[in-house]
Write a protein that binds this ligand. Structure first.
Ligand code: SAM
Length: 223
């Protein structure tokens, strides 16, 4: 019997939720959400009435123990994040680990996540890739970039609009301006767009077209 379900939710287009995700969200005893308002909006759209409790990065450490106790007492819960798959650049890992240590059953439903569509439509090799999530903002950033310069797998990064230009510039500096890359923004949304080119070309493009929305950067590996 499953105690905790990790349930992926849409990354933009509300049609991107599976039939199984809808059923599980209805059947569980409660939902743990990164942002109760965002999840409330989704649940109303799906016509699901459920109790939603907050579970976000600021209280993740503190609340994990309490949640494990509820699960041990017999409650079945679902964890969702604001968008995509919980645990992928979102809270989830600490709770999963604590559940497994406590002997509880954890299931993760397959579903939306931004990295896979960005990788697949980049046109870069998909047979081997390294998901790097968000680069560190300050401490450890240049060390991480240097370590990645020798990586032969396709690299996938998440980025916020106000850091895209800086990241493209630094990737060009450290990995080489001629590396091929693809930048996807607003995946599954109305203004979805993917641009492909060298890191230098993409940097030039986004200098002229100020970045807006949510971004995934995909960069060719070294060969
Ligand atoms: N858990 C999510 C997942 O499975 O993809 C990721 C959450 S992380 C906090 C948010 C980042 O994911 C954004 O900054 C962006 O890099 C990426 N992202 C999420 N939705 C996206 C979208 N619709 N288009 C492009 N990137 C997106």
């Amino acid at each position: 019997r499953t105690h905790l379900y990790l349930v992926p939710t849409p990354i933009g287009n509300l049609e991107d939720i599976t039939l199984r995700a809808i059923r599980i969200l209805k059947e569980v005893d409660g939902i743990l959400a990164e942002d109760t308002r965002t999840t409330g909006h989704l649940l109303r759209h799906l016509d699901i009435s459920q109790s939603v409790r907050s579970f976000h990065i600021h209280n993740e450490h503190r609340t994990v123990a309490a949640i494990v106790e509820r699960l041990k007492a017999g409650e079945v819960l679902a964890l969702v994040s604001d968008a995509g798959t919980p645990g992928i650049s979102d809270p989830g890992f600490l709770l999963v680990r604590a559940c497994l240590e406590a002997g509880l059953q954890v299931e993760c439903l397959p579903g939306p996540t931004a990295l896979i569509p960005a990788l697949v439509k980049s046109g870069l090799p998909t047979d081997r890739f390294a998901f790097e999530g968000f680069l560190p903002h300050k401490k450890g950033r240049s060390t991480r970039l240097k370590a990645l310069a020798e990586e032969s797998r396709t690299l996938v990064f998440y980025e916020s609009p106000h850091r895209v230009l800086r990241t493209l510039q630094e990737l060009a500096d450290v990995l080489g301006a001629e590396r091929l890359a693809a930048v996807s923004r607003e995946l599954t949304k109305v203004y979805e767009e993917t641009r492909r080119g060298t890191l230098q070309e993409l940097h030039t493009w986004f200098t002229q077209h100020p970045p807006k929305g949510e971004f995934v950067l995909v960069v060719q590996g070294k060969f």
